[in-house]
Design a protein around this ligand. Structure first.
Ligand code: F0G
Length: 488
């Protein structure tokens, strides 16, 4: 009999595609659903920026999966036998062992989170005018590269940023474009090629192993290093298993190993990979390891804790092993797929195919009357919070930067990201999200734009403040009350 790994893809007699939870809930946290009048006050106080909301005013927190995935009983138990030591902690040995098993890399440097790993990589390898080809940037990646004088070149396939697509691997690097970037800039200028698993900013879209093999070939031909951002590697591996014929019978663990084997350096945010906190950089190349190593005590902490509490290191070690369990890793993608299917059924524009991390609503399709200069994704995030208490995240021009003349660099896509932290929400909560989004879509003409009131120079989406361009939030609230009476 063919070896089958357990997956949430359990068939229902009705034929409905319903994601099934293969876990039980044993610890719960009470949520607040405050009335819309309070939500209007809250979003105003937050400068129409969902990052600035307090969870006191948030019902379902779909801002991110970062540090918010549910921990397992085993992770929590492991935290109790943490070995608290500045140097030589056995907790770190356990983490290192898990990383060697799951990523297949023997040298491990701890970093307090993903962007701290990016800081180390940037400081170690990037010089003024360096060129960094990659499938797509992540916000913190771009910030570190720019702060160190480098330039990002995105070399995605042409349809990667099309909202609707049947391409199962929108995160693939376009090999011809990669070769062109190398030919035009010369290898000396390129410290490494970066591949991001489940490419975050374009909707959690994966790349294929076939594509990564091609990237490896080009790298080898030119003597270049391949760096893999493995923050969402489990999800990417899950998609490879279900979308890339060659790997349909492989385990998620084997696929993760195959991906890491094609990279010289693997770094990650453990806040995403392991349902805990922390991060790291690993490699099998001693030379590369030695270049990065001296930076760890300067920026992170001693080599055996790297700015991470040892309790979290224990949870990371267990979480790392759980990443290769398909019943764990399939949770988020299968719930996302469900929500995407339901929204599509009702004509709501969403990124397809469904990706990892979250459901991504196309704000320009949802609010075609809001010009991109008035931040449709930010407006949609604020409007959706107002009508539902659900906190999503803007992933569009507010998350972008300004050019040297102070003009917005308009984002390729304007998305409202509704993150689906692993094993956190129930299906009825997901159905609530669907219901309120459908209502908002019917009333979309009421939603207007936003403008900046104040913005910081770097990563402005975190604490920039905005306001509505008209009294549209009040009008939306009035309509909500007309339709829902005194319901929350
Ligand atoms: N790389 C990717 C692909 C990420 O998604 C993130 C974080 C990082 C690096 C940085 O890691 O947060 O531990 O410093 N993504 C989070 C998100 C913040 O909400 O998507 P970090």
């Amino acid at each position: 009999m063919k070896k089958q790994s357990q997956s949430t893809k359990v068939k229902f007699a009705s034929g409905e595609n319903i994601p099934l939870e293969l876990h039980k809930v044993r610890v719960v946290q009470k949520l607040n659903l405050v009335p819309i009048e309070r939500r209007l006050e809250a979003i105003r106080e937050a400068g129409f920026n969902t990052f600035q909301l307090s969870t006191r005013d948030v019902f379902l927190d779909m801002l991110t999966d970062s540090g918010t995935n549910a921990m397992s009983d085993r992770q929590v138990a492991a935290m109790n036998h943490a070995d608290d030591a500045y140097a030589g902690s056995q907790s770190f040995d356990r983490f290192k062992e898990a990383v060697a098993k799951v990523f297949g890399k023997k040298y491990l440097l701890p970093a307090h989170q993903g962007r701290a790993a990016e800081n180390i990589l940037a400081k170690a390898f990037i010089k003024q005018d360096s060129i960094l080809p990659m499938n797509y940037h992540f916000t913190t990646t771009l910030a570190h590269i720019m702060l160190n004088g480098g330039k990002v070149i995105e070399i995605l396939c042409d349809d990667a940023i099309q909202i609707k697509s049947k391409n199962p691997f929108k995160g693939n690097i376009d090999i011809k474009k990669l070769e062109k970037v190398i030919a035009e800039n010369g290898v000396e200028k390129i410290p490494f090629i970066r591949m991001e698993a489940s490419t975050n900013l374009i909707g959690g879209q994966p790349f294929s192993i076939a594509n990564m093999r091609e990237v490896r070939k080009v790298a080898d031909k030119n003597g270049l290093i391949v760096v893999l951002d493995a923050s969402l590697i489990g999800e990417n591996a899950y998609f490879i298993k279900h979308r890339e014929e060659e790997f349909k019978d492989a385990s998620v663990g084997d696929i993760i190993l195959a991906m890491c084997d094609l990279a010289d350096i693997v770094y990650f945010s453990a806040r995403k990979v392991t349902s805990s906190r922390g991060g790291g950089i690993c490699t099998n190349d001693e030379k590369l390891y030695k270049i990065m190593k001296p930076l760890i005590p300067v920026y992170e902490g001693f080599f055996t804790y790297g700015g991470i509490s040892v309790r979290e290191i224990e949870a990371m070690a267990v979480g790392m092993m759980e990443t290769i369990d398909e019943t764990v890793i399939s949770q988020s993608p299968s719930f996302i797929e469900y929500l995407v299917e339901q929204l599509e059924l009702h004509g709501i524009p969403v990124v397809t195919p469904a990706g990892g991390l979250g459901c991504h609503v196309d704000a320009m399709g949802f609010l075609p009357h809001v010009p991109q200069t008035e931040y449709p994704a930010g407006a949609l995030a604020a409007a959706f919070y107002l009508v539902s208490g659900v906190r999503g995240m803007e992933r569009g021009t507010i998350s972008s930067i300004r050019d040297e003349n102070g003009n917005d660099i308009l984002a390729d896509v304007e998305l409202l990201r509704l993150a689906m932290p692993r094993r956190v929400f129930t299906l009825s909560q997901v159905k609530y999200v669907e219901d309120r989004l459908r209502w908002l879509y019917k009333n979309r003409d009421l939603v207007g734009g936003l403008k900046f009131v104040s913005e910081p120079p770097v990563l402005r989406f975190f604490d920039g403040r905005l306001e509505a361009t008209s009294d549209w939030p009040e009008k939306l609230m009035k309509k909500f009350r007309e339709d829902f009476g005194d319901s929350l």
